[in-house]
Write a protein that binds this ligand. Structure first.
Ligand SMILES: Cc1cc2nc3c(=O)[nH]c(=O)nc-3n(C[C@H](O)[C@H](O)[C@H](O)COP(=O)(O)O)c2cc1C
Length: 367
């Protein structure tokens, strides 16, 4: 589908992948993977949003049993979990989409008593998120020892291999939103004194070791990473996000990975902050210019802003979260400039396999 004059609907070559448009499904946790196993209803949900030559990024998926911080989020560390993803990936591929899986470790972003067998959450630090932040009572973490770090890197490597075995085209490392990788990246959280803390180079070491291990395992052309240097979710704050973002964009070039996906400063987790909207986004431009492969921008985009960002070469692709959640045919709606369904926040995270998940109406019901 090449539609003239709609920048979002122009073709794009992302490494070896031929995309027919620039509209990406952002990773969206849905709390519907009972007992950490992806469910058959996810095949309906993702294939509803699949288009020929589109890119979908599946929801954050745990790399180990202590990587999960919320109920009913999927994993990819057991055989059962890998097998469960296969029919979902097949359904998306039948529609002709490219499908990446987001790999996740929550680190210290876990509430009290959540982890199995009384385990203690891990982080770069032994300091927990302050009580009451985001309305939660967070569990105090323990600081990963230097000797334990290769084991966590290895969990990501194995999870990536499992994702490829399940049929995914690639993986996106979740380096955003206050989770484990970001707990190393940001200086308000990372208080280490070894070579994984302190300088920018040291704080980025853990993330880059994971990138390298995963790229070696499945091929750099199958690896993306998501970063949010500017957002402060779960007290994950950096004193110089410009420098952090730019350092990572440059450092990632060494590994020649497929894409860098960055969240705009206006986003706080699942909420886009009110206030003066930057008409022409600009904050991510230095990262976009520094990174040599595909650049994806996300957060607070609508059709008009997405078209503007593509036409100004601010990004190669735009990821849409809440609007794609509520509009399974978002690509078609953007093509004909149709009104959008409104998302219903109260059903984002309910366990229902249909309500708020696969029941948002299409413009024209699919055959
Ligand atoms: C229900 C919901 C679940 C989300 N889950 C994830 C997730 O699993 N991984 C992630 O990186 N971001 C997640 N996000 C953030 C979105 O990917 C996106 O960055 C955010 O919604 C802002 O984009 P938007 O304005 O297009 O919605 C989630 C957002 C929502 C609304």
């Amino acid at each position: 589908m090449e539609v003239q004059n709609i920048p979002l609907l122009t073709q794009y070559k992302m490494g070896e992948f031929d995309l027919s448009h620039r509209i990406v499904l952002a990773p969206l946790t849905r709390f519907r993977s009972f007992n950490n196993v992806a469910q058959p209803h996810a095949a309906v949900y993702y294939s509803q949003r699949a288009t020929k030559g589109g890119l979908l990024i599946a929801e954050a998926t745990g790399v180990s049993d202590i990587a999960q911080g919320y109920r009913d989020t999927p994993g990819i560390w057991t055989r059962e979990q890998v097998e469960a993803w296969k029919p979902i990936v097949d359904a998306v591929h039948e529609k002709g989409s490219i499908f990446f899986l987001q790999l996740w470790h929550v680190g210290r972003a876990i509430t009290n008593g959540f982890l199995p067998n009384g385990q203690t959450p891990i982080s770069s630090t032994a300091t927990g998120i302050s009580p009451g932040v985001d309305g939660q009572e967070w569990a105090p973490p323990r600081r990963l020892t230097k000797d334990e770090i290769p084991g966590v890197v290895n969990d990501f490597r194995i999870a990536a291999r499992n994702a490829i075995e399940a049929g995914f085209d690639g993986v996106e490392l979740h380096g955003a939103n206050g989770y484990l990788i970001e707990q190393f990246l940001k200086d308000y959280v990372n208080d280490r004194t070894d070579e994984y803390g302190g300088s920018l180079e040291n704080r980025c070491r853990f993330a880059l070791e994971i990138v390298e291990a995963v790229a070696n395992e499945i091929g750099s052309n199958r690896v993306g990473i998501r970063l949010s240097p500017y957002t402060n979710l779960s007290e994950s704050i950096d004193s110089d996000p410009d420098a952090l973002g730019l350092y990572m964009a440059n450092a990632l070039n060494k590994f020649d990975i497929c894409y860098l996906h960055v969240i705009e400063p206006r986003v706080y987790g699942t909420v886009v902050l009110q206030g003066p909207e930057d008409e022409v986004p600009h904050k991510l431009l230095p990262m976009r210019k520094a990174f040599k492969n595909t650049f994806i921008a996300a957060g607070g985009y609508d059709r008009r802003k997405g078209n503007l960002a593509i036409s100004k070469n601010y990004a190669d692709l735009i990821a849409y979260g809440r609007s794609f959640l509520a509009n399974p045919d978002l690509v078609r709606r953007f093509e004909v400039d149709a009104p959008l369904n409104k998302y219903n926040r109260s059903t984002f995270y309910i366990p229902d396999p249909v309500v708020g998940y696969t029941d948002y109406p299409f413009l024209e019901e699919p055959n």
